[in-house]
Design a protein around this ligand. Structure first.
Ligand SMILES: Cc1cc2nc3c(=O)[nH]c(=O)nc-3n(C[C@H](O)[C@H](O)[C@H](O)COP(=O)(O)O)c2cc1C
Length: 205
């Protein structure tokens, strides 16, 4: 089994979302001891924004020579999509930034959600081309965004669910450590809640 581990916190290995993702991976490796892991730290080394050649190629009605030759940042898109295709399980570690995904994760999405490559457009709308596989998302946030304690909107989890569904990834599960801005006791409680959710998830599969 191949685990693709993508981290999007600018705080790298010190980040709470990375910590939670490592707990997810421990559970996965317990269930699949021979599982291989490929890690990409994209929060500290963000994908480049889509460039002009890339955007022009995708805006054309049909595949153009620029698209066929992976002009500009299309070559980077190809690398990231191929990596995703090789994975059996995807683990995404991300903080919440301004109620949504951080810029580095949005950049990754712009590379992997690509017309004529990871999805097609037909009369019914967009149709994913990728084989479905589990996507386990570790989210960390300074305040609460779910449950009764939430005092802010959540554009992160519905957006990620919707945009991954476009390319065919519908088996998406979120684990969260919410309220990291509340001090050590709040973090300890949030981590304990996340541990219980993880245990329940892996007990059930
Ligand atoms: C630019 C920026 C924007 C943030 N926006 C939010 C937000 O909208 N809601 C929230 O609860 N926390 C917000 N935070 C706090 C982080 O989500 C929080 O510190 C989180 O635990 C960081 O996770 P990490 O350690 O994985 O990077 C923001 C932090 C930064 C740096």
């Amino acid at each position: 089994m191949n685990i693709l581990h993508l981290s999007f916190s600018p705080r790298g290995p010190d980040s709470e979302s990375h910590r939670l993702a490592l707990r997810i991976i421990e559970h996965l490796q317990r269930a699949h001891p021979t599982a291989a892991r490929v890690e990409r730290a994209l929060g500290t080394d963000a994908p480049p924004p889509i460039d002009g050649a890339h955007a022009t190629a995708l805006g054309a009605a049909q595949a153009s020579p620029a698209e066929a030759s992976n002009a500009g940042t299309l070559s980077f898109s190809e690398t990231l999509i191929s990596e995703l295709e090789r994975a059996d399980v995807v683990v995404i570690a991300t903080p919440m930034h301004n109620f949504s995904v951080p810029a580095a994760l949005k950049a990754w999405i712009d590379h992997i959600v690509r017309v004529r490559r990871s999805f097609d457009v037909g009369p019914q709308g967009k149709l994913g081309r990728l084989r479905d596989r589990p996507v386990l998302v570790a989210v960390s946030s300074g305040g609460a965004f779910s449950g009764e304690r939430a005092r802010q909107p959540d554009f992160l989890t519905p957006y990620l669910r919707a945009v991954l569904a476009v390319i065919g990834l519908r088996d998406v599960t979120f684990f969260t450590v919410e309220g990291t801005g509340g001090g050590a006791e709040a973090v300890a409680q949030a981590r304990a809640r996340a541990e219980r959710a993880l245990q329940a998830h892996f007990d059930a599969i």
